[in-house]
Design a binder for this molecule. Sequence first.
Ligand code: HEC
Length: 152
Amino acid sequence: MRRSPSFLRPRRAVMAVVSLALAGMAPAGAGEEGLAIQMARMQTYLHKLDLSVQAGNGKLTHFYMHELEETAEGIAESVGEYDGAPVGNMVKTLLIPAIEAAEASLEANPADREAVAGIITVCNECHVSTQHGEMRIVPATSNPFNQDFQPR
Ligand code: HEC
């Protein structure tokens, strides 16, 4: 029987261990530990989206809409159950459709604050149904960012 050259063998063993470790880590690493951070990212994009809509800045609205949707898709793909709730699936079936509906409304009217309110409602409904009703998202009332949202 031919054996693989000796310089290949240790590398294979290391790769096997690394891939096993990654396979075991992926769900926890991408999901449970990261959920609050991914939520914070959605919060920031939603806040900036809201400020862009309030400024009637269609181009910036489009940008944050896209970032918000991408972050939501990341949660839908990487998070399964969280504290017993099917968080990934809820993001996929409740939040992403709400984001898409808002996107369509905002394309027709870039200053449509009701479209943003529709997203906020879903954020909060999900917080309540996942026993996190203490996270209450509200419309943006001020600009804490070192960023000008006015169109140019
Ligand atoms: C699938 C249900 C669900 C949806 C939809 C959802 N959240 Fe959450 N959210 C959670 C859960 C569960 C937690 C608690 C996470 C934890 O325990 O680490 C949370 C936590 C948070 C937090 C606390 C983290 C922090 O940095 O302060 C914020 C803020 C937040 N969500 C914002 C939002 C926003 C904004 C939206 C809508 C764009 C949204 N969430 C949509 C379930 C959801």
